[in-house]
Design a protein around this ligand. Sequence first.
Ligand SMILES: [Zn+2]
Length: 455
Amino acid sequence: MAALSFSTAELDAATSLLQDLIRLDTTNPPGHEQAAIALLERHCRAIGLETLVVGAHDERPNLIARWHADPARRTGRPLILSGHVDCVPADPARWTHDPWSGHHDGTHIWGRGAIDMKGFVAMAFAVIAKLKRENLPLTRDLLFVVVSDEEAGTRLGSKWLVEERPDLLGDPEYVINEVGGFTVHRDGRRFYPVQVAEKGVAWLRLTVAGRPGHSSLPSRDNAVSRLARGIEAVSQARLPWHPSDEARRFLAGFAQPRGALGEKVASLLCHPAAGPILLPLLVREPSRRASIEAILRNTATATSLGSGGNINVLPGAASVDIDGRLAPGQTTDDLVRELEEVLRPVLGDDFALTVLQDSPPVSFTTDTELYRAIEAALGEADPGGHVVPSIIPGFTDSRNYAKLGAHCYGFYPLQLPEDLDFAALFHGDDERIPVAGFHWGIRVLAGMLGEFLER
Ligand SMILES: [Zn+2]
């Protein structure tokens, strides 16, 4: 189709929708996404999409809006544009503008969810509305799926849909979701990570026993002090390197513009013995170092504590929950074994590690028509930029869609200036989205889909 050009009114409508979504407080917990889902359903109906709102609870619904391909032209399985409308909490006292204001300061829209990920939801809707107005002859069904409950683990959102109502998702071939397509500035160069892999999750509980008694008689066996020693051991542990193909490609993608030396350094960082030693020498900036480490090893972070209730009673047991994340190729058992080795020298055999919840790492091939179309669209939008297949240390709804056999990519195109760091905005204070970069993303996504969906 001919290149799409968006009018100012069309772009302004997308900006207003984003502001309206931010103003509906969907902090999870408790979520209460129903108003946001209802607003989007009205918008979808107004442009002629077939809509369905489903979920385990009325207050935590999910929207499935569908645009059917003409059966005579249908050649492919559905493509899903997926977004979540719940957000992580925000403390207004720490923000320049109210996190639920959707404040427009002339260049940015401020608010919790501006980036993660009401921005994409508004963007995807604007693109679908445009393609619909242009009467794009689809060769596959296009689904717009907006879910609840991503931030608290996806249980009532994409996990529920995939497990309870996969029939509504129509055997998708592709899912486009968050965490990719934004500008990363490094040493004067621009990179566009496109997410093709996610680490796995292994949420564990470490429990140590102690002898109950009166705490006026101190005991070496105190469960709380033993647990503290265990936590300290976990936090100091340098778990082994598990370089994966996903991690290698990611590091190589960022190194490639720096030539042969850069590529050599990237491959050394992946070396199981040399990598852990070289990383602190080669990457000085702590947050960059942490993000590289996170993709090369399993991680385990103690978060939530539990023990007795009385100040004057020695508890019979104390526990801590550990947020474990698995590198590609790793399993929960692998991480449990690594942590047992760390804990045994300080706790002996007298501790238990139990699995609260887990899901394996996921990754998707880049050898698909859609990945190539994404690469081409970003290359055209920023000819000087570099597209890199990326892996993220967290999880998204893609871990559930993966179970449907879909290829899931993080592609939420966003042109970010050098002084706006995506990682800092994501779940951070003063979350905001540059309006020009948001509109740029709308044009990039529309250009890519406009071409891809009529193939
Ligand atoms: Zn998100």
